[in-house]
Design a protein around this ligand. Structure first.
Ligand code: ATR
Length: 288
């Protein structure tokens, strides 16, 4: 996509990030719009972090109504916008920006998107569940608040950096209890769900997660399920491959979460909730 967003005006809806050409959001939002026979202008726009102020200025001036935000801008966007929802404030990151009376308002629909996808994919008896999260970065922070609100039996976090894990534990202390264990922890009690939230695969460093995965191995029982926040359209992710190799019967990647968070943003902007299943199926079958 054109890096010079000045040439793309007038705006309506968009997804911003850097890089952005891989983004599925334009396809997803346009598929939702078709369900309502809506002619939606939704584009992918490359915005470098240092160009964010300039972008928002032009976006508002040129009639922009809403934009989704992806890597590496989620935290930066949150820091720049003063009107934020609880979801964005607690996650410290925003993935959805709405222009209301020429002012920017930031929200985060990632967490809700995950909750909806988990409930669609698995039977979630939240209060009985022990949930293990691998990773303590932005992706983990984005899901912890809605997860803790479901009052699971236990949330356990393991991370390469123990310091970062403890920091997250403290940051969320007022919303619920998180048990923090070292990356090489050996579990004495199994868990019901393992959520992979590291960015190692995106960084091309999947093999570095072996310590975390070995630890998670000790938490598996026959009914344990696995969820990867990352996705790959036509192949299992590294984590899903690991889950299968370790006899986890139900493992899914985060494509459903991506479509669900988009559905939340769409509902917020257009006041109509789209159907996600067919969009998800079409992406897996037909999108290259
Ligand atoms: P953010 O998502 O906030 O930008 P990040 O630096 O990309 O943060 O890291 C996200 C998560 O992936 C963190 O839990 C990080 O572990 P550390 O806190 O120990 O850095 C984890 N992560 C990234 N690369 C990793 C690797 N090669 N091995 C293990 N964990 C990794």
């Amino acid at each position: 996509m054109n890096a010079d967003f000045q040439n793309l005006t007038p705006f309506s809806y968009a997804v911003i990030g850097d890089p952005i050409s891989h983004s599925l959001s334009p396809h997803i939002h346009k598929s939702f719009a078709k369900q309502f026979e809506m002619d939606l202008d939704y584009r992918a726009i490359q915005v470098a972090p240092e160009k964010l102020d300039e972008f928002f200025e032009v976006f508002i001036q040129e009639g922009g109504k809403g934009c989704n935000v992806t890597l590496p801008l989620k935290e930066k966007v949150f820091e720049k916008i003063s009107r934020v929802t609880d979801q964005a404030r607690i996650a410290g990151a925003a993935n959805t920006v709405t222009v209301i009376a020429d002012e920017l308002s930031a929200d985060n629909t990632d967490g809700v998107g995950l909750m909806r996808d988990l409930e669609r994919q698995f039977e979630m008896d939240w209060r009985q569940m022990r949930i293990l999260i691998l990773g303590a970065g932005g992706a983990a922070r984005g899901i912890l608040y809605p997860l803790l609100q479901k009052s699971p039996k236990a949330v356990i976090l393991i991370n390469r950096s123990m310091e970062r894990a403890k920091h997250v534990q403290q940051a969320f202390a007022s919303y619920g209890s998180i048990e923090v264990q070292p990356a090489n922890y050996v579990f004495q009690q199994p868990v019901d769900l393992i959520i992979h939230a590291t960015s190692a695969a995106a960084r091309g460093e999947s093999a570095d997660c072996d310590t975390l995965f070995n630890s998670a191995q000790s938490a598996i029982r026959s009914t344990t399920r696995a969820y990867d926040l990352m996705y790959q359209l036509h192949d299992d992710t590294h984590f899903c491959k690991w889950a299968k190799a370790n006899h986890i019967k139900h493992s899914v990647d985060g494509l459903g979460m991506l479509v669900e968070q988009a559905a939340e943003s769409f509902t917020l902007w257009h006041g109509q909730r789209p159907e996600v299943n067919t969009v998800l199926e079409n992406l897996r079958k037909n999108h290259t």
